[in-house]
Design a protein around this ligand. Sequence first.
Ligand code: G6P
Ligand code: MG
Length: 211
Amino acid sequence: MCKAFIFDLDGVITDTAELHYQAWQRMADEEGYYFDREINEQLRGVSRRASLEIILNGREISEEKIADLMERKNNYYVELLSTITAADVLPGIEQFLLELNARGIKVALASASKNARPILHRLGLTPLFDAIGDGWSVNRSKPAPDVFIHAAGQVGVNADECIVVEDAEAGVDAAKEAGMKVVGIGPKERVGHADWVCADTSKLVVSQILA
Ligand code: G6P
Ligand code: MG
């Protein structure tokens, strides 16, 4: 029986990929690193540091410089987050969350992002969540299962009673590793290994998943 739904944030609740792209692009341009939208696709669900390593493409730089570049990118990203409003919630998500609340099913967030709380707040969705797991909650990022296990613990539900909603390949892997069922959002090539696949969030129906 399903007692909790655990949601990824970026690409499921709202689409911040474009804002991450703009912030990384600004940093990469300043540093003279090559970066484009195709490379950005590889950053979906990937932690801040791992994202930078993909952009560095084997270049070796000092730990100090890594810290500086991550901070600079994050400052640009945080600047862009001020443009987010409730209108940026992805189609069908608010209704889906309201229905879970009405059914008494717990709702938790499990995001790799350290900016997850302010983003959820800007979207006006914080009151619909019972617990928030974010980039500050655990040390190991997805595909490690840690953030999902943390979120399930916060709402007091066993892993096999949780259903995860994820758009990233690494996120689906992480949820399965945690022993949870997963709804994958996006193309089969990316999330085909999930238990259910939905082309986009507007197709999510609680009763169909629970059937
Ligand atoms: C999510 C996004 C990634 C991002 C990561 C860390 O998983 O999909 O693109 O790199 O969060 O986000 P942060 O806001 O902490 O840099
Ligand atoms: Mg995601």
